[in-house]
Design a protein around this ligand. Sequence first.
Ligand code: FRU
Length: 505
Amino acid sequence: MAIGTIWFSTVNYEANSSFPSRIAAQIQRRSEMSQNRHRPRYHFLPPANWMNDPNGLIQWRGRYHMFYQHNPFAAVWGNMSWGHAVSDDLVHWHDLPIALRPDSEGVDTDGCFSGIAVNNNGVATIVYTGVVEPAQLACIATSTDDDLIHWEKHPNNPVIKSTPPDLDLVAYRDHSVWREDGMWYQVVGAGIKGVGGAALLYRSHDLVDWEYLHPLCVGDVNQRDPVWTGTMWECPLFLDLGEKHALLISAWDHATFYTVCMVGTYANKRFTPELTYKIDLGDNFFYAPQAMRDDQGRWLMWGWLQEGRSQEAQVADGWSGVMSLPRVVTLRPDGRLGLAPAPELKTLRQAPKQFHSRSIAPGQRNLLDGLQGDCIELIAEIEVGDAEQGGLRLRCSPDGSEETLLYYDRNAGQLVLDTSKSSSDPSTERTNRSGPYRPAAGEPIRIQLFIDRSCIEAYVDGWCCLTGRIYPAHEESLGIDLFAQGGTATLRHLTAWPLNDIGRP
Ligand code: FRU
């Protein structure tokens, strides 16, 4: 049955519903909340309340399962549990019961933090961080039903009883697990005092007994170039991309949150980064990503889009946190990761509008014949020409008081999301996001852009992602236009598809 913004399945929901036991109320909330102007319509988010990291991504019996860090009781972080949803097409999601929740006694009374899911000889197994403050240790849980509804926590939890004794750690949590040479390997995210973030490598034959080997890779807290990797690495994600491996880490340091991608070589159980950069120039608006390899052999990655508005506003609206669109990850010949929205998302497209060959002079407006949308996909090719900056205006109000700019700054060699005028609501965050980017010589900028109410996801030239959150105060801030400054740019062509709400396939 379709309720609210997301396909909602009642399958077995009551089976595990004592925490919370307010399912009917949640269904009602999902439907009420679809009216909320900032709540996305084709990105995944839970029926209500708080969500952070994607967890346990796995294709099981052909269906895509997504678990996520969830507070079932409020739109603030807390009571960390694993929410659960399933999809047949990567686009429409069915809510399922909460999969893991803190027990009143035992090894995770303060939360079931992030982790992953693997197929252990036909038994779905979660490796997660069980928290009894201050301890945060690796635990496992298994499921034997086809829909991964019921999870049994292992009696030997925590399966890793303590941190490596020779390391002075500031933090230790989150897991990436893979199969290699007939054994299981995992890295746990950590921070070594005075040294930097670290991914600590373990080995096991059964996911229960783990032997600590050594750090797979260690950061340098004193190194700022090309990008600082923080004091602690949350949510390590180790990807085998064939010729190269990639280690993605969520660089953490109190107020710092962004995802760093290191592409390099894995040899002798150690990883040597050769190229290090931010995987998304939106920083905390694409955080704690995880990936699954699906039946087609694709790496599919999701990240958590944090909010850019006050906690009061999140609580008042009753929801917080959005999952990114699924991103297909590949290795490019230039050594970077290719990032593309999953092609399945094309099924949401409605009839397109097309525009060709328009010159964009500074200050000019209404170059796209009044194009509007806050639930829309755009593909555009823009030649910056002699302009200093060229790109798009998004979510513009008719009087020009609100607008968001996405552009390439030729002099600075940067891709910029300028949110300084995104909202006239002063309680929303309006800090620009930007980072290094240049189109290939002689090439236009190729932008694939998704606007979903408060979410902006830009994929530029197939590798440079910039994700943002904006909260225009005016309902009529829906205009989409072209932008140039300091010279004239040219639009080669632009196609715009209004997208369907995933609650109404
Ligand atoms: C990242 C993170 C993880 C942790 C989880 C707790 O956002 O802090 O390190 O496991 O969230 O919710």
